[in-house]
Design a protein around this ligand. Structure first.
Ligand SMILES: Cc1cc2nc3c(=O)[nH]c(=O)nc-3n(C[C@H](O)[C@H](O)[C@H](O)COP(=O)(O)OP(=O)(O)OC[C@H]3O[C@@H](n4cnc5c(N)ncnc54)[C@H](O)[C@@H]3O)c2cc1C
Length: 265
């Protein structure tokens, strides 16, 4: 029997309440702040500041577009976005943004060649460890954001409450899960897909593999200085619980990958 769903609502809260009622899970009457639909996408597009983007996109407070949920759900097409950007600016200001979009297209291209391998490591880990050395499941403390490491728990909380994370936070979290906790990238990738509003199996899984080193030449790691440099004071980097990251790249590499000589390039 077909169920007719209500389609018109007085306001957004009425829609949220209706969805909460329909859900058979104990869902709270709240939702992420990202608004769906074409007009919201057009607003985000109109606000795109390509000059600022090219200077500060790596900073958590940088002028990133936040267009990924609209791209993911087909509200904007990547090639239209690229054309729009080219029309808006004709100089090299557009390059940084187009380069990021190109990553998306590149992963799609790789995926089309072998779609059945999306959950398989493309190469061996370059960490001195084998696939079987990594735990297959995500521990509860990571899932719940109770690891006790301040910046990690802050990022997990943001992932779960907003459905969005800046690219740098995605890199930090994925690196923590795979390299500090030695968990298979697949478990982390599945967890992200459960929460991200832009969750896209292709961009997501290949990005996790890039961090893991199964689709790159070396593992992605970070230290606290790097987080301080890019966090724009949006993470509590001074909390003592972050001390496991508060050392040099050389020491972190030695600690995490004792069987692996460090690559210099
Ligand atoms: C571990 C990990 C998981 C990720 N999971 C996803 C995912 O599920 N879905 C997803 O769309 N992106 C994913 N990304 C890529 C990237 O983080 C997001 O696309 C970006 O942060 C989205 O925010 P934005 O729209 O403000 O990006 P902007 O910096 O404004 O970039 C514009 C657009 O370019 C594309 N883009 C930018 N950076 C990348 C990148 N590194 N790889 C691929 N495409 C990129 C996106 O479509 C993005 O909307 C992941 C990255 C990592 C490291």
């Amino acid at each position: 029997m077909a169920i007719l769903l209500q389609r018109q609502f007085d306001d957004r809260q009425a829609l949220i309440n209706y969805v909460a009622q329909l859900s058979n899970q104990s869902m709270k009457n709240e939702s992420a702040t990202i608004i769906g639909g074409l007009s919201a996408a057009e607003t985000a597009l109109a606000q795109l500041n390509l000059t600022a983007y090219s200077h500060n996109r790596n900073h958590l407070s940088g002028a990133v577009s936040r267009l990924s949920p609209y791209l993911r759900h087909g509200i904007i097409a990547a090639h239209h976005l690229a054309m729009f950007v080219h029309q808006k600016v004709s100089d090299e200001t557009a390059i940084r943004f187009i380069q990021q979009l190109a990553w998306r297209q590149f992963f799609q291209h790789i995926h089309q060649q072998s779609p059945d391998l999306i959950w398989k490591s493309k190469e061996a880990y370059k960490t001195g460890f084998h696939e079987q050395d990594y735990a297959p499941h995500l521990p509860k403390d990571i899932e719940q954001g109770t690891t006790g490491v301040k910046i990690i728990d802050q990022m997990i909380s943001q992932l779960k409450t907003t459905g969005y994370l800046h690219n740098h936070c995605r890199l930090y979290l994925a690196s923590y899960v795979i390299h500090w906790r030695r968990i298979q990238w697949q478990a982390g990738a599945q967890w992200f897909l459960n929460h991200l509003l832009d969750g896209d199996i292709v961009s997501n899984n290949y990005s996790w593999q890039w961090v893991a080193s199964t689709f790159s030449s070396k593992p992605y790691i970070f230290n606290l200085d790097n987080v301080r440099q890019f966090s724009s004071n949006l993470l509590d980097t001074e909390h003592p619980s972050n001390r496991l990251f508060d050392t040099s790249y050389e020491d972190i590499h030695l600690d995490l990958f004792p069987n692996m000589p460090e690559k210099t390039s």
